[in-house]
Design a protein around this ligand. Structure first.
Ligand code: PLP
Length: 399
């Protein structure tokens, strides 16, 4: 098909040209005397992205899923109990993994469209007088439903219950796009990946581990080998990896972290909020449709999951957008399959790119029979963006 493909799934996201160019390199010796400069540049520049001075960023040749597995197998013993809310396909998959790995999972079933139920986390922690729960798991941004949860509030619940469990956060579709604060929120493991806010291809599992979690990893008896934190931290201390890393991906990561630092992390968050608000204007004011997220407190700034009207199959909108307009939209997963389509608005993104996605989604919806006014979403987003601007904070105020 002529023209470019419009990639608007919530990951993998568009890779900036600067990052693409940085990755075009010949292979190098990953045990050379100069390799540590590249490894350290990446690991050090990740710290401000996780907002940590004390935790250890770790880069696995993996994706977010590998980092989920690393978190539970490094820090827990077989049969340990974890507490987690299920409100979308990704929180579901983490639960499924924990069960398959032999952990006991206490699940807070939550309607899809809502986020982490902090009061129920609190109640479960208060009821756990014997501290059988060893880790609290939270999905910061549920990509399947476009719902962002309040991780700081979960930490407050843990503190209020005086519960010593570790806090593991899935920030796969939030990190570097929605605020995340490792140290301030007392997060023990943050799980993420390269292909979303970090604007790289998939292939790196990017995670960050607190000193408390590293101490737990020294004694935890769950079996692991390739994803062992201790092996990685020991090798990283000398600027190396315990096995062959993807050097082009590391060059790409160094460049993407430089781009984030140049914009300023707080500006990156503001831009995501401003762009997401334009998409929401298209959904609500233009198309008169609903999001899967049921209340503003849950609205995600990285992905909007848009409910299609009764009688319309969301998969038809997605298929039409792809085949006719070369536009990739995100599918409805599992429980919400067919009920919605998703627009990812994270990473290297601006207003005009998003207007393409909104226009394409609008045409695809019209083609499959959704009764919306042609141009209404585009007009509503334009109106929002013309009346607002991404809040620019002074560079030295940005993290
Ligand atoms: N968690 C969330 C919130 C995600 O969105 C995804 C993937 O989209 C994952 C975990 C799994 O990550 P990966 O596909 O990188 O393994």
């Amino acid at each position: 098909m002529a023209g470019r493909n419009f990639l608007f799934v919530p990951g993998p996201t568009n890779v900036p040209d600067r990052v693409l160019r940085a990755m075009v390199v010949s292979q190098e010796d990953h045990r050379s005397p100069v390799f540590p400069e590249l490894a350290r540049a990446c690991l050090n520049a990740l710290k401000p992205v996780f907002k940590t001075t004390t935790a250890a960023p770790i880069i696995f040749p993996a994706s977010g899923t590998g980092c989920w597995e690393a978190a539970v197998t490094n820090c827990l013993n077989p049969g340990d109990r974890v507490l987690i809310a299920r409100f979308g396909q990704f929180s579901h998959l983490w639960i499924d993994m924990c069960q398959r790995l032999g952990f006991e999972v206490e699940i807070l079933e939550t309607p899809w469209g809502e986020g982490a139920p902090v009061d129920r986390y609190l109640a479960a922690l208060e009821a756990d007088k014997q501290h059988r729960i060893k880790a609290v798991l939270v999905t910061q941004n549920e990509t399947a439903t476009g719902v962002t949860s309040d991780v700081a509030a979960v930490r407050r619940a843990m503190d209020s219950a005086k519960h010593p469990a570790l806090l593991f956060v899935d920030s796969v579709s939030a990190l570097a796009s929605i605020d995340f604060r490792m140290d301030e929120w007392g997060v023990d493991v943050c799980v993420s990946g390269s292909q979303k806010g970090l604007m790289l291809p998939a292939g790196l599992g990017v995670t960050c581990v607190s000193q408390k979690a590293l101490a737990a990893a020294k004694g935890a008896t769950s079996r692991r080998c390739y994803f062992d934190y201790n092996d990685m931290v020991n090798a990283n201390a000398n600027g190396y990896f315990p096995y062959t890393p993807s050097i082009p991906m590391l060059y790409g990561l160094r460049e993407s972290l430089a781009i984030l630092a140049e914009e300023g992390l707080e500006n990156v968050f503001h831009r995501h909020h401003y762009l997401a608000s334009g998409v929401r204007a298209a959904v609500f004011e233009g198309w008169k449709l609903k999001l899967c997220a049921v209340a503003p407190q849950w609205y995600s700034d990285t992905v909007s999951a848009i409910m299609v009207p009764e009688g319309i199959n969301g998969a038809d909108v997605i298929s039409r957008a792809y085949r006719r307009y070369n536009l990739a939209l995100g599918a409805g997963l599992s429980k919400v399959a067919g009920k919605l389509f998703r627009i990812g608005h994270l990473g290297d993104m601006n207003e005009l790119m998003l207007l393409g996605a909104i226009a394409g989604a609008e045409m695809a919806m019209l083609d499959v029979g959704v009764k919306i006014e042609p141009g209404s979403g585009v007009a509503a987003a334009q109106k929002y963006w013309r009346a607002n601007s991404p809040v620019i904070v002074a560079k030295d105020a940005a993290a």
